[in-house]
Ligand binder design. Structure first.
Ligand code: NAD
Length: 491
């Protein structure tokens, strides 16, 4: 195994840490139910900074009884207020939320980086601006549902139960809450247990926006809370983003209940680089594809498929580029690679990387200074990976790239599709007709050409096969929260 050697900071950037003074953190946070913070009946837990392992705050744990209270609040709000408002009035609340997210953007970015471990430049420039964009986009749809092409008079489903993961905590909340409210539903949402902070600050934003009580309820807790929520008999819609294993269990438990379900699950995307691609841009795209957000990205380009004749050049340039990335304090504005979100996830990345090495792939690790405290994993490349290798098949969900080669477009397509997942893919080539011909044959929900990991609220996002079903974003994202005659999101 390549040892991580501590390199000197000779001629390095001076630290430029973002101040945490903008945060008004509470020592402990309750559950946000019916417009107020209330105590939970489960055993409270701590949320920690993965970069320092220090406690940030104590978080309430929702018991089954609390889930019941939250669903009842959402039902009351649906019956009495939200379903009675016009689309234009719902839209006004969404616009207000979007503007408040922008006003409190710096605070939200700092909270997200502190709790999740992602670099502040990503939470500041990607996560939070996209959160605002999502609310602005769906605010615009709220009074235009009749014109969304979803059939005449589309109607809200009722109460939506939403469960989200820890990799993009506030962004995943926005992907779920914004279309649900625009379509006229009320919500009970559960953030992941390791990243509840930004959702709780978002609850304060909802109070500031004077959103009617009970329209959005935010309950914190672990898997058992999520399970109680999705299985609650009074929810009409289940929206889940997370692992394929849990998604499968949810699909089984709600089968036959009449609840409408969307599942956004894991991925093992191929990033295909042809020999006519602009290599410098492709190298940047490969780095952005797998090392953005420490590789904690469902649609990460974790399998690099590079045409055999440019393999050495691409891998050499990739190593050179990775050697310039700075790993460390997520709140430092110079940081490229932040902390791994939890010890559990770090153990999983280490385990899969060790398996990759045992199975014969060549491991290379960037020469990074690893801080003494916290959870860290240096950017790592596995070369000479075979298609049957564990690291070519399983989602590592960390800063680990597997490199495979191909000779012809047909081989690239066959290898790209040789996965149980089907969430995303990337194609790098100078030739537009080649890009279109290849894209047409890839079984992936999102395909980027000469770029990677770009998101827009107007664009639908979702998977094939074990990556789940249903789409979030765009008009398709509205359809997932509406009862409409003669239209389905798969059309
Ligand atoms: P996870 O499935 O362990 O947890 C996700 C959420 O589900 C958490 O809030 C968790 O508390 C809750 N949960 C756990 N068990 C549950 C159960 N039995 N019933 C209901 N809820 C339950 O996933 P994770 O480790 O938090 O997230 C990483 C996974 O999420 C990766 O596989 C990643 O690919 C996937 N992901 C997918 C997308 C997408 O859009 N497709 C986006 C982000 C992340």
């Amino acid at each position: 195994m390549t040892e991580i050697v501590k390199k000197s900071s000779f001629l390095d950037y001076a630290p430029a840490p973002e101040s945490t003074s903008i945060l008004h953190l509470q020592k402990s946070y309750g559950l946000f139910i019916d417009g107020s913070f209330v105590k939970g009946h489960g055993k409270a837990f701590q949320t920690i900074s993965p970069a320092t392992e220090k406690t940030i705050a104590e978080i309430a744990n929702a018991s089954a009884k609390d889930v019941d209270t939250a669903v009842a609040a959402a039902r009351r709000a649906y019956d009495r207020t939200w379903s009675k408002l016009s689309g234009a009035d719902r839209g006004k609340y969404l616009f207000r939320i979007a503007r408040l997210v922008q006003e409190r953007a710096r605070e939200l970015a700092v909270a997200e980086s502190l709790d999740n471990g992602k670099p502040i430049k990503e939470s500041r420039d990607v996560d939070v601006p996209l959160v605002a964009a999502w609310f602005f986009y769906y605010a615009g749809w709220a009074d235009k549902l009749d014109y969304a092409g979803l059939g005449p008079n589309p109607r809200a489903l009722g109460v939506a139960a939403q469960v989200i993961p820890w990799n993009f905590p506030l962004l995943m909340l926005a992907w779920k809450v914004a279309p649900a409210l625009a379509a006229g539903n009320t919500v009970v949402i559960k953030p992941a247990e390791t990243t509840p902070l930004s959702a709780l600050i978002f609850a304060e934003i909802l109070q500031q926006a004077e959103l009617p009580d009970g329209v959005v309820n935010i309950i914190t807790g672990a898997g058992d809370t999520g399970q109680a929520l999705v299985n609650h008999p009074d929810v009409n819609k289940v929206a889940f983003t997370g692992s394929t294993a849990v998604g499968r269990a949810i699909a089984k438990s709600v089968a036959g209940t009449g609840k409408k379900v969307t599942l956004e699950l894991g991925g093992k995307a191929a990033n295909i680089v042809f020999d006519d691609a602009p290599i410098d841009q492709a190298v940047e795209g490969i780095v952005n594809g797998i090392f953005f957000n420490q590789g904690h990205v469902c649609c990460a380009g974790s399998r690099l498929l590079v045409q055999e004749n440019i393999h050495d050049e691409v891998v050499d340039r990739l190593k050179t580029r990775l050697s310039t990335l700075r790993l460390g304090d997520p709140l430092d504005k110079n940081t490229d690679i932040g902390a791994i979100n939890s010890r559990e996830q770090l153990d999983r990345i280490r385990e899969l990387s060790d398996i990759g090495e045992k199975e014969g792939a060549d491991r290379w690790t960037a020469d990074c200074v690893i801080p003494d405290k916290g959870f860290w994993f240096a950017p790592t490349i596995f070369d000479n990976v075979s298609t049957s290798s564990t690291i070519a098949r399983e989602e590592v969900f960390g800063p680990v790239l597997s490199v495979l080669t191909f000779r012809t477009p047909a081989e690239a397509i066959a290898k790209a599709n040789n996965t149980p997942y089907g969430l995303s893919a990337g194609i790098w080539s100078d030739k537009g007709s080649k890009i279109l011909a290849v894209a047409d044959q890839l079984r992936a929900g999102v395909i980027w050409a000469n770029t990677f990991n770009r998101f827009d609220p107007a664009s639908p996002f979702g998977g094939y096969k074990e990556s789940g079903y249903g789409r979030e974003g765009g008009r398709h994202g509205l359809a997932a929260y509406l009862e409409s005659a003669g239209w389905s999101a798969s059309k």
